[in-house]
Design a protein around this ligand. Structure first.
Ligand SMILES: [Zn+2]
Length: 105
């Protein structure tokens, strides 16, 4: 038991050290505090940004705080299209991010 607890602690320390940059406010934060966006195709074949809640989708990801403020900043600066080349539609994200409200700032 002692040894497993030790390993678990080492793992959690290692993962908490992983930081990413929010494409909205450009601040770095722990990976756990950010949501991952990936490029996906809509039913019509248009590239669109999707929230990868499990952080397991393949491909290039972009990171954003779960805050509508950061989403708005990213949209305003067209940061999503830069981070996920080809993505022009991020319309679905606003509803998802509205559901995150209450977290971050
Ligand atoms: Zn942010």
């Amino acid at each position: 038991m002692g040894k497993n607890a030790e390993e678990a602690r080492t793992l959690s320390v290692a993962s908490s050290e992983a930081v990413r940059t929010c494409i909205g406010c450009r601040k770095t934060d722990a990976r756990e505090k950010l949501v991952r966006l990936v490029k996906s195709a809509s039913e019509t074949g248009e590239p669109e940004a999707l929230v990868d809640l499990r952080r397991r989708m393949p491909g290039r990801g972009a990171w954003l705080h779960p805050s509508t403020k950061c989403l708005q900043l990213a949209l305003k600066r067209r940061a999503i299209g830069r981070a996920l080349p080809g993505v022009t539609s991020a319309g679905g994200l606003e509803a998802v991010f509205a559901g995150f409200s209450g977290h971050a700032d």
